[in-house]
Design a protein around this ligand. Sequence first.
Ligand code: GSH
Length: 207
Amino acid sequence: MITVHHLNNSRSQRILWLLEELGQDYEIKQYQRDAMTNLAPDSLKAIHPLGKSPVIADNGTTVAESGAIVEYLVRKYGRDKLMPPEDSPDFISYLHWLHYAEGSAMLPLMLALYTSRLGDAAAPLRPRIESEIQNHFGYMESALGTRNFFVGDHLTGADIQVTFVLEAAKSRGLLVPFRGLNGYLSRMQSREAYKRGIERGGKYDLG
Ligand SMILES: N[C@@H](CCC(=O)N[C@@H](CS)C(=O)NCC(=O)O)C(=O)O
């Protein structure tokens, strides 16, 4: 049985969605963010030293880091779903988007979040952060174009990784200029498996 260590309002929501897309049985262990600090409880450090979410346990194997979890679950349980064949031209593109989401696109969003707490002291950093947000979201918007998915003609794990980035941006009012990404996000959120993941995970509000 797969256990998802699920922190409210967090990236682990994407793992619940993925497992619903895969039609895989799983159980959820819930963790709540601290109301003041928004940090995860220390009990999550007993599962993995970083104390971050998501983490999964699968028959004694613990996997942390959402890109690694998506790759692990799709390879193990995907049965040809949610990733292109490794010998197809789409495979490199799949790897790119799968890792780009956390490896690159989240960084300017996190910098915007942290520096927003610094007030005027952050002023010298803001132009660079804002231009990087335009750079990354402009890149995603033009790469998506009129396509339904980031890779090929079907949902892949890469879409699940990218969708959280778009949700995080939208929650901070940063997605407004990107019409294509807004439409894509709505389509992802209207998938039945996405909605089932939300029902299982509980209230989801990135604030
Ligand atoms: N790149 C990591 C990021 C993990 C991460 O920072 N998770 C956040 C939730 S979205 C977390 O656990 N925050 C609580 C904390 O840092 O205490 C991943 O994708 O798994």
